[in-house]
Design a binder for this molecule. Structure first.
Ligand SMILES: [Zn+2]
Length: 168
């Protein structure tokens, strides 16, 4: 397995729209394993392939405390089931160090393929529903900072750019 580099806002590659996975084969499963290793090492609870500069529709996630509930979503599709929305303080491995409240639909249905290419359907709630929508946004080139005011987004952008310059 290998650790992958995580792109950070405002890297323009994070704006790429990911393409569907046509065949779930061993190369996809290897990518998934590397994404899990990268996510656990970060540490984080969700990672989209977009964030490691692979523009295919793949998300990995684990909301457990002890890395015991790995979840894979390939070609995920989300349907919003009601008008209810709730705020959650979201963070992101591509926007390190920042947490901001984002409103999202609370009732959704997710259809996706698992790591063997088998379709499954889920009606998640709570953090899982938030996280899936956050990760699906990544596959569409969208970040949680896009939901914030332009002023807040610019402030985060400037701080991260300063950090990236210091690191270079
Ligand atoms: Zn994220």
């Amino acid at each position: 397995m290998a650790l992958l580099e995580i792109l950070e806002f405002p890297d323009p590659r994070l704006r790429t729209i990911a393409k569907p996975v046509e065949t779930v084969d061993d190369s996809i499963r290897e990518l998934i394993d590397n994404m899990f290793e990268t996510m656990y090492a970060a540490p984080g609870i969700g990672l989209a392939a977009t964030q490691v500069n692979v523009h295919r529709r793949i998300v990995v996630m684990d909301l457990s405390e002890d890395q015991s509930e790995p979840r894979v979503f390939i070609n995920p599709e989300v349907t919003v089931l009601g008008d209810d929305e709730a705020p959650y303080d979201e963070g992101c491995l591509s926007v390190p160090g920042f947490y901001e409240s984002v409103d999202r639909p609370t009732h959704i249905r997710v259809e996706a393929l698992d790591r063997d290419g088998n379709p499954f359907t889920l009606e998640p709630d709570g953090l899982l529903a938030v996280c899936i929508q956050h990760e699906l946004d990544h596959l569409n080139g969208k970040l949680f900072v896009d939901y914030l005011s332009q002023m807040k987004r610019q402030r985060i952008r400037k701080k991260l750019e300063k950090l990236h310059r210091a690191r270079a």
